[in-house]
Ligand binder design. Structure first.
Ligand code: HEC
Ligand code: HEC
Length: 205
């Protein structure tokens, strides 16, 4: 009876499929990015249960002071509301190490298959100076100029979020992420908010 019930729910099949798809050799091939997106983001994207958020530089810097190794160890064994292996016992230590490196670097580990040292997340102003002003300072190709209220106002009709989205994805002559693929979403958002704030913008603080 019990067996039939499980089988009919399809659970047995999915457990089998899971076991097959995570044979050790294959599991070891998952990058930090893949692990974070499929497992860790469930809590670390939103900060559920007090999990340090991905991209929250301050939260991670505080924890990183104990060292990346100790932090990785805690993620493997579990600490307070952080379940061991993020609740996925099948994840190897190597995958956990990569995942922690990826998260701590704000998703910018140069090689997502290796653990990375904490990288500094750029502020909006730094991103704009490093990249966006190249077009937005002078209004190249029709880019809305920094500080040009008239150019930004109609674009801000629906608030900042759609602008962040279109800056990340690209838009007409505006290249995706301003052409710097390794800028994180958090940095893009900060950059757009900084640019908008230059209009004297009331839209963001
Ligand atoms: C069910 C929610 C949940 C999931 C899933 C989860 N975490 Fe966490 N994580 C937490 C919470 C909550 C904390 C904060 C624990 C504390 O310090 O009180 C935390 C803390 C951490 C820390 C900091 C540990 C320290 O020493 O300060 C690391 C590193 C970490 N998680 C890595 C991961 C990795 C890697 C994954 C995916 C494999 C993952 N977490 C999945 C909830 C989760
Ligand atoms: C190569 C030139 C170039 C660079 C570099 C560039 N932009 Fe743009 N950007 C444009 C142009 C052109 C537009 C106008 C596109 C349109 O609406 O037709 C634009 C539009 C935008 C918009 C308005 C989008 C909308 O939906 O109205 C935002 C926000 C934006 N850029 C943010 C950024 C940020 C943030 C950076 C830096 C990470 C950046 N841009 C770097 C050329 C550039």
């Amino acid at each position: 009876m019990k067996k039939l019930k499980i089988a009919s729910s399809g659970l047995l099949l999915s457990i089998l499929a899971f076991a097959l798809s995570t044979s050790p050799a294959m599991a070891a091939d998952r990058s930090g990015k893949e692990v974070v997106e499929t497992v860790c983001a469930a809590c670390h994207a939103s900060g559920k249960d007090g999990a340090p958020k991905i991209g929250d530089q301050a939260a991670w810097a505080q924890r990183a002071s104990k060292g990346l190794d100790k932090m990785t160890q805690n993620a493997i064994t579990g600490v307070r509301n952080m379940p061991a292996h993020g609740g996925q016992a099948a994840l190897t230590d190597l995958e956990m190490t990569r995942a922690v490196g990826y998260m701590v670097s704000g998703g910018k580990a140069a090689d997502a298959k290796k653990a990375a040292k904490p990288a500094k997340v750029m502020t909006g102003e730094q991103v704009v100076q490093a990249r966006c002003q190249e077009c937005h300072a002078a209004g190249k190709n029709g880019a809305p100029k920094l500080g040009d209220m008239d150019a930004w106002k109609p674009r801000l009709a629906n608030g900042v979020d759609p602008l962040v989205k279109s800056a990340i994805g690209g838009h007409n002559s505006m290249p995706a992420r301003g052409g710097l693929a390794n800028l994180s979403d958090v940095e893009m958002k900060a950059a757009v908010e900084f640019m908008v704030s230059k209009t004297g913008g009331s839209a963001v603080k």
